[in-house]
Ligand binder design. Structure first.
Ligand SMILES: Nc1ncnc2c1ncn2[C@@H]1O[C@H](COP(=O)(O)OP(=O)(O)OP(=O)(O)O)[C@@H](O)[C@H]1O
Ligand SMILES: [Mg+2]
Length: 351
């Protein structure tokens, strides 16, 4: 790829504002430059698209005229006549760019497939979770009509207070069922990964809401601690929920034979980031598992795909965070990950 670089030198406008960019006819241009850009009008467009291409830090620029991606580097140097000039190097990275794009699309598909699989695995627990409020609703309704009928048989008006109370309970159960359905739908819906400001407490509540359904069935209790006043995250909430759910499911599954089945999920504030920790009291990691944990398709479970942790890591890293595991001193392990968070103090001061 390096061989395909276009190199050229422009007189330095000497402008303090780097965004203004260098302009004018090249003092020097290599063969690749002439081949790729020909006239300097095209070059102007490339630089405009590049905006403040002021540093030697490469910057990816799309050239609409050529329909290609370039990695643009620029630096001030001293020219043969002693004047200050700008050296520019544009490397054609279209192929790499396309490969990355394909990679990203595949990641997205895999992440969604995995969410569907997770829900599929949880189907019987979910059905059970939904049947409970439905049964309760049916019971309240039958109870209510029996009361009304017996009052009417006695020639008395039904007790309005009593009726209202039972209707309130019925509505609460319907809401509970609706919440489970909403969480499932949100979790599996097809959506482009999208960063937006989101509250940690809401993501945690949704993830725990889903994890608890399996936890209850296996007799695991989940302790949730979320620092009050955590800064707002810039993240894709569904993907972060997926990470939390994967880690909690692993923790729950690791405690199948444990005496104390407690899972802890904490979210705390660190320096410019938020740290999440999922801690279990399970069987811990074997040396083999520790080594291959994050490899795709590594699993020790008969029904595992071995894809959970691999996806967790790629999601966390795509958010510029880090994911790692530690052994707990008294058994089990703790998976931790960080996500960058803007400091709230800056906003508070500006306000
Ligand atoms: N909390 C944990 N305690 C002990 N071992 C764990 C824990 N989390 C993961 N592991 C080990 O790491 C392996 C890989 O985990 P991963 O989540 O990637 O896949 P999986 O759980 O086997 O399958 P799935 O694709 O359904 O998540 C597990 O099979 C298990 O052996
Ligand atoms: Mg897993």
């Amino acid at each position: 790829d390096e061989l395909e670089a276009a190199i050229w030198v422009l007189p330095d406008s000497g402008e303090a504002d780097p965004a203004a960019g260098p302009r004018g006819e090249p003092l020097f241009a290599n063969r690749m430059f002439r081949h790729m850009f020909g006239a300097s009008a095209d070059l102007g467009r490339l630089l405009e698209a590049g905006g403040a291409a002021a540093g030697w830090v490469p910057r990816e620029v799309f050239h609409p005229g050529l329909g290609r991606w370039f990695e643009l580097r620029t630096r001030r140097i001293r020219w043969v006549d002693g004047s200050s000039v700008r050296l520019l190097v544009a490397t054609d990275v279209t192929r790499r760019h396309e490969a990355e794009e394909r990679h990203r699309e595949q990641d997205e598909k895999l992440q969604r497939t995995s969410r569907l699989v997770t829900m599929g695995e949880m189907a019987s627990s979910l059905a059970h979770e939904l049947s409970q409020p439905l049964t309760a609703i049916a019971n309240y309704c039958m109870g209510l009509s029996a009361r009304v009928r017996s009052k009417l048989a006695q020639g008395q008006p039904p007790d309005a207070q009593e009726m209202l109370e039972m209707l309130r309970k019925t509505a609460a159960q319907a809401e509970r069922a609706g919440k489970v359905i909403r969480r499932i739908r949100e979790f599996v819906k097809r959506s482009e990964p999208e960063r937006r400001p989101c509250e940690v407490s809401a993501i945690v509540a949704d993830a725990v809401g889903l994890a608890e359904i399996d936890a209850q069935r296996l007799g695991v209790s989940i302790d949730v601690h979320t620092d009050p006043d955590l800064p707002t995250l810039s993240a894709d909430p569904i993907l972060i929920e997926q990470v939390l759910l994967n880690l909690m499911k692993n923790g729950i599954e690791a405690m199948r034979e444990a005496a104390h089945r407690r899972l802890a999920l904490t979210s705390t504030r660190g320096d410019g980031m938020i740290e999440f920790a999922v801690s279990d009291a399970g069987k811990g990691l074997t040396p083999d598992a520790r080594e291959k944990l994050f490899e795709p398709f590594f699993t020790t479970k008969t029904e595992g795909m071995g894809i959970g942790l691999n996806i967790c890591r790629s999601i966390v890293e795509s958010h510029q965070g880090r994911l790692w595991v530690e052994d707990n001193p008294d058994g089990g392990c703790t998976f931790r990950f960080t996500l960058p968070a803007p400091e709230r103090t800056a906003v508070a001061r500006a306000a």
